[in-house]
Design a protein. Sequence first.
Length: 158
Amino acid sequence: FEEVIAADVPESYRALLAHHEHMTVAVERHHGCAVDVEVLAANRDGDYYSRKIILHRQSDRSVVLFGIPRLNLRLVDDAVRAEILGQNKPLGRVLIDHNVLREVQLASLYRVRPGPDLCQLMGLPSPLATYGRTAFIYCDGYPAVELLEIVSPEPQLC
């Protein structure tokens, strides 16, 4: 990981990462199709829930994003909590569908050289530089979610 400023991020990646929106919305707009979540691992520690995920394009199941969100479950209502813990939808889509008052704040941008595990998850034969970000989601004014999101190299449209 190397922290970079937006001006040092190629335009196609900048459009995907340098904004204050949910990545679910950004990748669906960029790829022109909906995405599904695959939860690779999850952990619950008291009120905190984290998971390691990948997002797949619905059109061809290609991996478009790797992410790790960490959520304070006390800051969402029972219906939202249940749907998140059900692990069937991307976190951003759950918050949007439940009309949770939210604000996404970009924290930092990164140039990423994937290691063996990330290459395998993204289906890369060899490490290709890509980009990612950290961000926070505030729900009803409270910092509810911390995010690490890395987009797959050389994104392609559906």
